[in-house]
Design a protein around this ligand. Structure first.
Ligand SMILES: [Zn+2]
Length: 74
């Protein structure tokens, strides 16, 4: 399944906007929707959650505690 010219369209303009309601900034990161919803429960349905830099930072902050707990649990 390779395209004839081997190029993958990755224009910045094609990046979807941040999916956090009311934000709409350009997304910089994408992560599993289930993970993102732990911090942003209002995210719309989809396979991936696209977040802008600010919301990705917020998400990292919001999941940090849980990840530390998981590490302790292992
Ligand atoms: Zn955002």
């Amino acid at each position: 399944m390779s395209s004839p010219d081997g190029t993958r369209p990755r224009a910045p303009a094609a990046e979807p906007p941040c999916m956090v309601p009311g934000c709409g900034a350009l997304s910089e990161r994408s992560l599993a929707l289930a993970e993102a919803r732990k911090v942003f429960p209002a995210l719309p349905e989809g396979r991936r959650a696209h977040l802008c830099r600010a919301h990705y930072k917020e998400w990292k902050k919001g999941t940090k505690k849980e990840r530390e707990l998981q590490r302790l649990g292992w």
